[in-house]
Write a protein of this length. Structure first.
Length: 522
């Protein structure tokens, strides 16, 4: 980590006096930005995959240029173009600053695409330096009541442009898939960890047999280190891969993969790395009872796909989407799936530039055979469920987590969430939003400390961890808020109420919260 910070400082000195060009990425966390991108995508202005974030500004800018080619746009689309233009102009500054201050009476258990406080007090700021080849964001943040160090460097990132690619390093937040209330594999459920990666900027089609049939295509690849303290193995290498493509303007398909391997005291040779990538030989399911096999295994692997279909019905755009990720396999055959499905609707609110968005999303993180719970369950003998499989691993006993929170969907494994949300953005760019969720955490109330389900062959102890709630909890969560642009910055005020709380067995503990945020770009 110290070497990464030295590299960032060196790059900061190297960019002084160079000509400016826009920063490379629109980051995870800005819901209004994402909604505007979805509006322009549905209108045919932004082309290619948009379900992988951060999203390159090059792709958004190409859509904005298309919107200004003389075509007639509805007022709500013009408003979306204007909002994205302002953010694009800010990203294009030679030196761009961003400060965010958040405070909440209780940290939210739910984490959708938006940026929410991770502590009662949460503040961060960064300054971004942009040239024609390098974009460097140097920043720091502080959070109250945190175990260990109160400060962090999460706003920091360096990106180097190599033709149509960006090579980046830093604390970049990733989001894979079309989900709005969560993502099964890579989400903002937990804070970002340091990583390096490469991303294709413009998703142009590849003029090569077969590949050209995929249409616009993007590759996202990164590798990071789980550097928090007190893990079973420190400094576990975690890799994310996504290949997304749009075979037609209405369809987007994403192929997703994550791997956990290496770590202090673990083998990390070419054999483990190779088996982790190819999944050959049942690599993450060692021979039962073999201690040597247990410690030589490649590690943890999760893979799946998502698909979305967008179509306009007059001025109303509808996007139907689905994601599934498989926690385990037997000889490459995926068999234990978590699933997410949703419908995203948007359109104009009147004829003066206001717009509305509505979304319904259901996520089930109980690992099961693919058609389990559907009308095809019986016909296809798809009845099996696998309690405790999702996001857990027999080798990495703290599972697919970082700082004791799931990296994937915010409910953790063996949970269900049904979310309804809606928002209106008015002609003064004020956004008013509300949501209601029906949440069921830890369906089978298998507690923590664990029962002996996964056995370490040397100690014969079991490992079984639920990071969000150690017991079953079922509750409703209501949210309402507003984002209000002012001359002092963008102000967000959000109120939340939930009918019960995690980790309160045998009692009902309602919880109310208020959260405020001020964000200023300069």
């Amino acid at each position: 980590m110290r070497k990464l910070l030295i590299a960032l400082a060196f790059a900061a000195l190297s960019v002084a006096g160079a000509p400016a060009l826009a920063g490379p990425f629109a980051d995870v966390g800005d819901v209004q930005l994402r909604q505007d991108v979805e509006l322009l995508k549905a209108a045919g202005l932004i082309e290619g995959p948009i379900d992988s974030w951060p999203l390159p500004w090059a792709q958004i800018d190409a859509g904005l240029d298309k919107a200004k080619d003389g075509r007639v746009l509805d007022a709500y689309l013009k408003a979306a173009v204007a909002r994205l233009d302002r953010l694009g102009d800010h990203a294009a500054q030679r030196i761009a600053g961003d400060v965010r201050i958040m405070a909440t009476s209780n940290v939210s258990v739910a984490r959708d695409f938006s940026t929410l406080a991770r502590a009662e007090g949460d503040a961060a700021g960064s300054v971004e330096f942009n040239t024609d080849t390098i974009s460097l964001a140097v920043g720091a943040g502080v959070r109250t009541g945190q175990g260990g160090k109160a400060y962090n460097f999460e706003p920091s990132q360096i990106a180097i442009r190599l033709d149509n690619w960006a090579l980046y390093a830093g604390w970049t937040q990733e989001w894979f898939g079309p989900g709005q209330d969560g993502a099964l594999l890579w989400s903002n459920s937990t804070r970002p960890f340091p990583k390096i990666g490469i991303k294709r900027l413009m998703p142009d089609p590849i003029d090569f047999p077969i590949l050209r049939w995929l249409g616009p295509i993007r590759l996202d690849f990164f590798a990071g280190v789980l550097d928090e303290k007190r893990r079973d193995f420190n400094n576990i290498v975690t890799i994310g891969t996504r290949l997304s493509f749009a075979p037609s303007p209405r369809w987007e398909i994403g192929l997703n993969r994550t791997q956990m391997l290496c770590g202090t005291g673990r083998p990390c040779g070419t054999k483990q790395i190779f088996e982790s990538f190819v999944g050959a030989g049942n690599a993450d399911n060692p021979t039962a009872g073999s201690v040597a096999s247990f410690y030589q295994q490649a590690g943890n692997q999760i893979a799946g796909f998502d698909v979305s279909y967008t179509r306009r019905f007059g001025p109303v755009a509808a996007k139907l989407y689905f994601e599934t990720e498989a926690e385990d396999s037997q000889h490459i055959i995926l068999e234990q799936f978590s699933r997410l499905i949703g419908l995203h609707l948007s359109g104009p609110w009147g004829n003066r530039g206001a717009s509305w968005v509505a979304n319904i999303e259901y996520a089930d993180t109980l690992a099961a055979q693919f058609f389990n719970g559907t009308p095809l369950e019986k016909a296809l003998s798809s009845k099996k469920t696998y309690i405790g499989s999702m996001y857990n691993n027999s080798l990495y006993t703290q599972g697919y987590s970082y700082n004791n929170l799931p990296i994937g969907y915010w409910t953790d494994g063996d949970s269900r969430n049904l979310a309804f949300s809606a928002s209106v953005t008015d002609t003064r760019n004020r956004r008013f939003y509300a949501s209601v969720r029906s949440v069921h955490l830890n369906l089978y109330s298998i507690g923590n400390p664990p029962e002996a389900i996964y056995l370490n062959p040397t100690t014969l102890l079991g490992y079984y961890i639920y990071r969000v709630s150690a017991n079953s909890e079922k509750f409703a969560l209501l949210t309402g808020g507003t984002e209000w642009p002012t001359r002092f910055g963008d102000v967000r005020v959000e109120a939340r109420y939930q009918t019960d709380s995690p980790n309160t067995p045998g009692v009902t503990k309602p919880l109310a919260a208020i959260e405020v945020q001020l964000r200023q770009r300069f």
